[in-house]
Design a protein around this ligand. Structure first.
Ligand code: 5CA
Ligand code: ZN
Length: 408
């Protein structure tokens, strides 16, 4: 499907270097070392049943920062993102509101595109819906079936297709979850531990046979629709290939979603699915994770409509380290606006402190697990200091644009 309009990304002098990011599987920092200079990035996209909230925005800005730092290190980046445009929560919301599920998805995806454009998030080269990827999902399930890792549950009415998690040798290593803890989280996040007829309680649905009133597509597996995890596994493998550099998303996707993708991918290709798994923290509101299902949302579109400068919204998000969990409060936006004003005044000066030492220091903190709060502090200090370089303002403006995506 169509992505969104991308911002120009300036190239800065004196680049080259490497990015270290925190890998959830190894619980340590690892270098991103792209094959042949091309970093391959997959970031899980939205389930389009409600508009983009600040939690989503935080996750997509975090991975945009990652992409910008990779570009600045001299890599090319191939970026793929999905849209879960057919799944239970979307169909349930469509039913509850009497809107056609396709229309609901199309409207919400368009809102998301507008929000991403406003926030200056670089679009993916491949923006792929679950519906349009059904042929590759079916092909992947068929190939897993040949390995014996996919089976039909013992249910005479709906013998749906499941992936057997124990076939993946490293299952559980990404999240570190096992036993009852794993079962509990699986049940909370879209899994069906109580479904009868499975080989293992954690086995995940890959193809759901048609139920009355639900959308379904013909396939050799029977008429039905894809399960959630297999969608991302298939899209990532199709557009990025095996053993790509980073799979990303919010930390609520570590288990079961990314664990299942990693397991399915590894069984299908006999290679590790991604080289690193990177996760952004959760944004909360009033003591709880911001979520569409709970309805405790601050929508990016609403903040924009009420006059919020998208660059201030972006700065408000970048003020928190991408891995930390934090709460949105009424002071976040005015504080970010103040900072934005100070930076704008700083770069508009006729003379300012030299840009080069600042850019080097900002690069250094960003290349070490994307420490945006440290970068923001360095720029605050630069903007507050007097200097005598007439070119510095423009140079710093370009660096803030290229590295942080903030247009001053
Ligand atoms: N379509 C699936 C991924 S394949 C999905 O999780 N969609 S979503 O719309 O629920 O979430 C989209 C992205 O936003 C995910 O990466 C998720 O981890 C992230 N996200 C959701 N809520 C929050 C939150 N409160 N804070 C930070 N990130 C969040
Ligand atoms: Zn996903």
């Amino acid at each position: 499907m169509k992505a969104w309009t991308g911002p120009e990304v300036p190239t800065l002098p004196g680049a080259a270097g490497r990015l270290l990011v925190h890998d959830t599987a190894l619980e340590s920092l690892v270098p991103v070392e792209p094959d042949a200079g091309e970093a391959r990035l997959y970031v899980c996209g939205i389930t389009p049943y409600d508009a983009t909230h600040l939690g989503h925005a935080n996750t997509y800005v975090a991975f945009d920062l990652l992409q910008r730092v990779l570009l600045d290190c001299g890599s090319r980046v191939t970026f793929t993102q999905n849209v879960t445009d057919v799944d239970d929560p979307l169909l349930e919301r469509a039913d509850a509101t009497g809107v056609d599920w396709r229309e609901l998805a199309a409207d919400q995806v368009q809102l998301f595109r507008d929000d991403m454009t406003a926030l200056r998030v670089i679009p993916p080269q491949h923006y792929i819906g679950a519906v349009e990827s059904i042929p590759s999902v079916v092909e992947l399930i068929e190939s897993l079936k040949h390995t014996g890792a996919v089976y039909q549950v013992d249910d005479p009415e709906y013998p749906d297709w499941y992936f057997e998690v124990r076939r993946a040798p490293g299952f559980g290593r990404l999240s570190g979850l096992a036993g009852d803890d794993a079962v509990e989280v699986f049940g909370e996040r879209g899994g069906d531990p109580d479904r009868a007829g499975k080989r293992d309680v954690l086995d995940c649905l890959v193809w759901r046979l048609e139920r009355p009133g639900e959308p379904a597509w013909d396939s050799p597996l029977g008429r039905g629709r894809p399960g959630w995890h297999i969608e991302c596994t298939a899209i990532a493998l199709q557009y990025l290939g095996v053993h790509f550099d980073v799979q990303g998303g919010g930390s609520d996707l570590v288990f079961p979603h990314h664990e299942m993708c990693a397991a399915e991918g590894a069984v299908a290709t006999r290679q590790p699915f991604a080289k690193a798994y990177v996760h952004a923290g959760m944004v909360g509101l009033h003591g709880e994770k911001m979520s569409k299902s709970k309805g405790n949302l601050v929508l990016v579109s609403r903040l924009r409509a009420s006059g919020g400068d998208p660059m201030a919204i972006r700065l408000a998000l970048l003020a928190h380290h991408y891995r930390s969990d934090w709460e949105w409060t009424v002071v976040d936006l005015p504080r970010a606006q103040e900072r934005l004003d100070a930076w704008r005044a700083g770069v508009a000066r006729t003379v300012a402190p030299a840009a080069q030492p600042l850019v080097a220091a900002v690069r250094e903190v960003l290349r070490t697990d994307l420490d945006a709060p440290a970068a923001l502090g360095l720029i605050d200090a630069w903007a507050a200091q007097p200097g005598d370089d007439p070119d510095a303002g423009a140079q710093v403006g370009r660096a803030v644009d290229a590295l942080l995506g903030v247009l001053l």
